[in-house]
Design a protein around this ligand. Sequence first.
Ligand SMILES: C[S@@+](CC[C@H](N)C(=O)[O-])C[C@H]1O[C@@H](n2cnc3c(N)ncnc32)[C@H](O)[C@@H]1O
Length: 266
Amino acid sequence: MTQEDAFLDRDCVFHGRLAPQYARREGRQSDVSALNFSQRQGDLRERMEDPEADPEWMRNSYAQFRHVNRLVSSWRSLYRRHLRPHMARQGPTTLLDIGFGGGDVVAGLASWARRDGLHLEITAIDSDGRAFAWTKGRQWPANLTFRHARAEDLLAAGERFDWVTSNHVLHHLEDDSWDGFLDVSRRLGKRVLHCDLVRSRRAYILFRCFVAPFFRHSFIAEDGLLSVRRSYTLQEMHQRVPEVWDVRPVFPFHQLLSHPADGTAF
Ligand SMILES: C[S@@+](CC[C@H](N)C(=O)[O-])C[C@H]1O[C@@H](n2cnc3c(N)ncnc32)[C@H](O)[C@@H]1O
């Protein structure tokens, strides 16, 4: 363990005091130095993946995603750097987001495009009916449509989009659905951007100390930590994806997979 990790580890005692109910729930995971970050922990399951998960905590988690994403995701800058320049040249643009969760990332994209005077129509899908139910009865930008569907269904129905995006979905994929997911997203969209976490002890400790304590009565804290452990390092991602995909780091502790890898998604 590096000196910096040891320092951050000590800091987590502070976190334990801040959120004792969370530290208890996390049980054996509370000793960060005992966790193995050299290998992806793909067999871990997140609480939100449990069909029996507490419905109120599920709704709280969907509601709190927007705060987490504001802190750790960089879609505002991804929009500015990658999507907006293309859309400005291209005219009316369609975008499919896979795994919308709480819908906040796609709502952001829809609003930013509208504010910039760009014609963007977004279809957002999630394979979990609870995510779809959460969107009902809430106010969303008019250029955003939610559907309870899987990407494969849209491909089979012949639907196609200018862009396909996802955020924090890749680490959920099972080994046997990984290639299929990339292939389907590539066939659905002319350009694809998949953004996900990068696994590291430092990311885990920082999330645990400075983000997790603020999220109560939801699965955000616990699932966030599990997500880091399930994610890929940049090197693993490079090895995992075919050469038609570009992989690059995104601040903070994220990586962006884009297709085509010839740079036209940038
Ligand atoms: C961690 S959440 C991320 C939600 C949102 N994109 C965000 O960044 O806040 C992952 C979501 O992806 C959905 N999901 C996972 N695999 C999927 C798949 N193959 N197709 C569609 N949705 C999927 C899950 O149901 C879940 O709602």
